[in-house]
Ligand binder design. Structure first.
Ligand code: ZN
Length: 235
C-alpha cells in the first residue's frame, strides 16, 4: 500500500525505511526473469514498468530500470525476427536507444542508474552490431532457433568450395597492386551478396540446416575480408 508515488515521496523525505518492499537487492531481478509482465520498480516499488516497448523508465518515479536480459536483440531493436532487416530502420532505432540510455545522460543520477545505463548501452551496442552485419545476424538468428556453429570447428563444406577459397587466398597473397586488391575485393563482395541472398531464402523457408551451411561459407569469406583489411594497412 506504500507503493508508487507515496513510496517515492517518503523516500525523497528520507522516511522510506531500508529493506522493505521497493528496495530489492540489485542483481536479483527475479520479477522480470520470472516473466512477469510488470516488474516492480527497483527504486520506488511502483508496479507497471512495461517489459516491452521503450519502458526503460519507471512511469512513477522515472528511475532507469535494469535491462531485461530475457529480451532478444530483434525485439530490443524493434526488428522482425527475420534475416532481412531494414538497416536504415535499425540505425534509427540504435540512435533512438542511445539517446535514452547513454551513460552521459546519467552523470548526475544515482550510482544504480549509472550502472544500469552502462549495461543498457553495452546491450544496445551489442544488439546493433550483431544485427547490422549479415554474418553475425544470421548466426544469431540461427542460435535463436537452437542451432549453433561452434567457433573454430570446420563445418563440412564441399571440396569445390574449399578450392574456391584457396584460390582467392592465393590471389590475395600474390596481389601486389591496388587494382589486384580491388579485383579480389569485388569478387568477395559479390560472393557475400549471393550467399547473403541465399541464407535469407533459407531462413524464410525455416531451413536451418541450409542456413547453417551457407553461414559457414560466409564465415570463410569473412576471414578473407579480414585478410584483405590487414593487407591494406600500409607498412
Ligand atoms: Zn519507480
Amino acid at each position: 500500500m506504500w507503493g508508487g508515488r507515496t513510496g517515492a515521496l517518503l523516500r525523497a523525505w528520507g522516511l522510506w525505511p531500508a529493506g522493505v518492499r521497493g528496495r530489492r537487492p540489485l542483481g536479483c531481478n527475479a520479477a522480470s526473469l520470472a516473466g512477469n509482465n510488470s516488474p516492480q520498480c527497483w527504486n520506488c516499488g511502483g508496479p507497471g514498468v512495461p517489459k516491452r516497448g521503450d519502458g526503460f523508465f519507471c512511469p512513477q518515479c522515472r528511475a532507469l530500470q535494469p535491462p531485461d536480459l530475457t529480451r532478444d536483440y530483434f525485439s530490443l531493436m524493434d526488428c522482425n525476427r527475420a534475416f532481412a532487416v531494414d538497416t536504415a530502420k535499425l540505425q534509427n532505432r540504435y540512435q533512438q536507444l542511445q539517446r535514452l540510455v547513454h551513460p552521459d545522460f546519467f552523470s548526475q543520477r544515482s550510482q544504480t542508474e549509472k550502472d544500469f545505463s552502462e549495461k543498457h548501452a553495452t546491450l544496445v551496442n551489442d544488439a546493433y552490431k550483431t544485427l547490422l552485419a549479415p554474418l553475425s545476424r544470421g548466426l544469431y538468428l540461427l542460435k535463436l532457433h537452437g542451432v549453433e556453429i561452434a567457433e573454430g570447428t570446420d563445418y563440412a563444406v564441399d571440396q569445390q568450395f574449399l578450392m574456391e577459397i584457396m584460390e582467392i587466398n592465393e590471389k590475395l597473397a600474390e596481389a601486389q597492386s591496388e587494382a589486384a586488391m580491388k579485383e579480389i575485393e569485388s569478387i568477395v563482395r559479390a560472393k557475400q551478396k549471393e550467399l547473403s541472398d541465399n541464407v535469407s531464402k533459407a531462413f524464410e523457408q525455416d531451413d536451418f540446416e541450409k542456413a547453417k551451411e551457407i553461414l559457414t561459407k560466409m564465415r570463410y569469406f569473412s576471414n578473407v575480408e579480414e585478410k584483405i583489411k590487414l593487407k591494406k594497412i600500409p607498412l
